[in-house]
Write a protein that binds this ligand. Structure first.
Ligand SMILES: Cc1cc2nc3c(=O)[nH]c(=O)nc-3n(C[C@H](O)[C@H](O)[C@H](O)COP(=O)(O)O)c2cc1C
Length: 177
């Protein structure tokens, strides 16, 4: 089968998840095209059997390209098998279990309410914290957020909170749609 995998990523972690998913799909014999949702304006979804979109949160919002994509392609998307995952750091808190679940992750729930595209499969993944990749403003802001949410505040920290087993299970479900 032919898959289109789209990512909306600022510091590369969502792209990393998409690449992991594509490796798994390719091993199962599928063809995968990987594209950047934030910069791609010429998408022809008719070339594909299934579509997957992964998008990260920055200061409470997805990139505008996500809703634009949903509005532009919803008729086609709703007529085929599609999946969506969001990536954020609020989902990292195990005790905040509701942020790890799609229906209750505040960012994802808000997007899905507004979106005319209704993905067949959807989930939330915990993202990564890469202080060395951020500019000084983002470093200070994220450090402040981490401080009030009991996260790492050492500016050398890089941590991946992503549950790769959950990514693997999601990919299998997507493949079986
Ligand atoms: C500048 C900045 C703002 C962020 N804002 C939020 C936020 O509002 N809520 C949240 O849960 N995570 C937030 N995050 C965490 C990102 O969603 C997380 O690091 C994710 O892995 C980023 O993926 P990307 O590298 O694909 O963009 C923020 C990260 C950065 C660097």
């Amino acid at each position: 089968m032919s898959y289109l995998l789209l990512y909306s990523s600022t510091h590369g972690h969502t792209k990393k998840i998409i690449l992991k998913i594509s490796e798994q799909l390719k091993k199962l014999g599928h063809r995968c095209d990987i594209k950047n949702l934030n910069t791609e304006n010429n998408l022809n979804l008719l070339n594909y059997d299934k579509i997957l979109v992964g998008a990260s949160i920055r200061y409470g919002h997805f990139n505008k390209s996500l809703l634009r994509f949903s509005k532009m392609h919803h008729s086609q998307l709703n007529a085929m098998k599609s999946a969506f995952f969001s990536v954020n750091l609020i989902a990292r808190k195990k005790e905040k279990k509701e942020e790890n679940i799609i229906e209750t992750n505040s960012y994802t729930r808000k997007f899905l309410k507004k979106s005319p595209w209704k993905p067949t499969l959807k989930t939330v993944f915990s993202g990564a914290l890469y202080y060395p990749r951020y500019n000084w403003f983002d470093k200070i802001m994220i450090c402040f957020i981490m401080k009030i949410t009991n996260g790492p505040t050492d500016l050398k920290t890089t941590v991946e909170y992503t549950d790769w087993k959950k990514v693997n299970i999601f990919t299998n479900k997507f493949e079986k749609l």
